[in-house]
Every structure is written in structure tokens, then in C-alpha cells.
Design a protein around this ligand. Structure first.
Ligand code: NAP
Length: 252
């Protein structure tokens, strides 16, 4: 996705994967500073450790408790960002959904859910209900939305305008037919977003469609969080269509 974008804008950049063993994030970032990288993405299992290894953090990265993008800001300093929330909101905009004043339900309370809840609160959602199997995680995630956040149960889904699956249930290669929620709680007038990018149409999306709900998959968030990172690194507008096409090819 990033290499396609670099080519499209004729930038002499390259995006490569560097495997880093757990416990070695500080050392890896020292290498990034020494080698003058133009930026980097951080992924599992290093997103939390990266919080401590950067020199400064954006409010989103601090609130979510995870860094997914690192941006050099001069003098060898690295800023930790989290572009997942902005990427999620951009994917909602693609669907024509404005969360301001709406009731939103989020299934799951891990890293993705935290980014989504924080972003929905920032976008003015009226209520954000977090439904999760471990109540303590749900409490902590709902707290990110301040007064708009609360812990709920599956029954809350039927009253939501937006339902977001931020659990891995339905992910390709796992027990992939498992649904995170009873689809009988979903229906017309709702947008159901499954953050899972692969498969493109998840069991939850199929079930929600059959109940008359609107659906969207995780590709939009994946592409838009990357587009935000690209813009932070290069200072150039991201060629989002080119990035989306490359991501679709990679997931095929
Ligand atoms: P995570 O931090 O591990 O959190 C997973 C959440 O799902 C936790 O709240 C966990 O509950 C819950 N969960 C896990 N297995 C469950 C099960 N069998 N039954 C019920 N709940 C279960 O994972 P994450 O990083 O947030 O990722 C979650 C999903 O979002 C993944 O499918 C990932 O692919 C997707 N994602 C997509 C994007 C994108 O750009 N589209 C970005 C990030 C993540 P407990 O709290 O009880 O453990």
C-alpha cells in the first residue's frame, strides 16, 4: 500500500518490514534515529512498548495507549501517533455516516476498540456503549469517551445507529464463522462496521445484510490509517485510491 503510494507520487522512498523481538523496541528506535528513517509503522506486539520509546506523543496515542505510527520531528526526536481513530472516522465518512449526535455500540475493548471509542467521542457521538466479555476492559475503554461512554450489554445493540465489531471473531483463519453478537439484534437503519479487513465480507456483515442493515468492512480503516501515516511522513496528500487498490490486491 505504501510502496504503491510512493511510486504514484514518484517519491524515492521504500516501505520494508523489520522484525523486532519483544523487548527490543528502544534499540530498534535508536536504529531508526541513527539511520534517519523517514517514519515507521508499529504493529503487534509493540504498539504499547512504543509509547515509552518515543520522545513525544499525540493526545490520541496517549489516550488510546498505543502507537501505530512514528514520525521523526527533527533533532533525532520521534513522535508517537495513533492514526487508527482518524482512519476509522474517514472510513465512516466514505459510508456517508456522521457519528455526531448518534448512538454507537462497540463490541470489544482492545486496542482497536479504544481507538474507535476515542475517535467517536471526539466526533461528537451522543452515546458510546462498549460491550465486551471482560467487564473491566469495557469500563476502561468506555471511560475514554468521558460522559458519552458507558458499558452495555448485547441488548443495547438494537438501539444503536452504528455497531462496530472490534473483536477478532470472524477473522479469516480463526473459528471464522463465529459471530460476535446475535444478528437478531441488528436491522434496518443501522450501519454495522466490522473492523476485520480479511475476509472482505465477514460472517457478521453477511448476517447484518440479511437483516437489512448497512454494512462496511475493515479495509476502509486500514487504508485510511495508512493514508494518515503517509501524509505525516511525507507531507504530501496520500493517493488513497492507489493505496486502496494495492491493499485489495495484497488481501486477495
Ligand atoms: P485486541 O487488543 O486483542 O482486543 C480484542 C478484543 O476482542 C478484546 O476486547 C477481547 O475481549 C475481545 N475478544 C477476543 N476474542 C474474543 C472472543 N472469542 N469472544 C469475545 N470477545 C473476544 O485486538 P485489536 O488489536 O483491538 O483487534 C481487534 C480486531 O480489530 C481484529 O480483528 C483486528 O484485525 C481488527 N483491527 C482492524 C484494523 C483496521 O485497520 N481495519 C485495525 C486494528 C484492528 P477481552 O477484553 O475479554 O480480552
Amino acid at each position: 500500500m505504501h510502496n504503491a503510494a510512493f511510486r504514484e507520487l514518484d517519491l524515492d522512498w521504500i516501505y520494508v518490514a523489520c522484525e523486532v523481538a519483544p523487548g527490543h523496541v528502544e534499540a530498534a528506535f535508536a536504529g531508526v534515529r541513527a539511520l534517519g528513517f523517514g517514519g515507521l509503522s508499529v504493529t503487534i506486539p509493540h504498539k504499547a512498548a512504543a509509547l515509552e520509546a518515543v520522545d513525544e506523543l499525540t493526545a490520541a496515542a496517549r489516550a488510546v495507549g498505543a502507537v501505530n505510527t512514528v514520525v521523526p520531528v527533527g533533532d533525532g526526536r520521534l513522535r508517537g501517533e495513533n492514526t487508527d481513530g482518524a482512519g476509522f472516522l474517514a472510513s465512516l465518512a466514505d459510508e456517508g455516516f456522521d457519528p455526531a449526535g448518534r448512538i454507537c455500540a462497540v463490541l470489544g475493548a482492545g486496542g482497536a476498540a479504544r481507538a474507535v471509542v476515542h475517535a467517536l467521542a471526539g466526533a461528537g457521538a451522543a452515546e458510546i456503549v462498549v460491550v465486551n466479555r471482560t467487564p473491566a476492559h469495557a469500563e476502561a475503554t468506555a471511560a475514554l469517551a468521558g460522559a458519552a461512554g458507558r458499558v452495555g450489554s448485547p441488548a443495547d445493540l438494537s438501539g444503536a445507529d452504528l455497531v462496530v465489531n472490534a473483536t477478532p471473531l470472524g477473522l479469516a483463519g480463526s473459528r471464522s464463522e463465529e459471530l460476535p453478537v446475535d444478528p437478531g439484534l441488528l436491522g434496518e437503519g443501522q450501519l454495522v462496521v466490522d473492523l476485520i479487513p480479511n475476509p472482505a465480507v465477514t460472517p457478521l456483515m453477511r448476517a447484518a445484510l440479511a437483516r437489512g442493515a448497512g454494512v462496511a468492512g475493515g479495509l476502509g480503516m486500514l487504508v485510511h490509517q495508512g493514508a494518515r501515516a503517509f501524509e505525516l511522513w511525507t507531507g504530501r496528500p496520500a493517493p488513497v485510491g492507489v493505496m486502496r487498490a494495492a491493499a485489495v490486491r495484497a488481501l486477495e
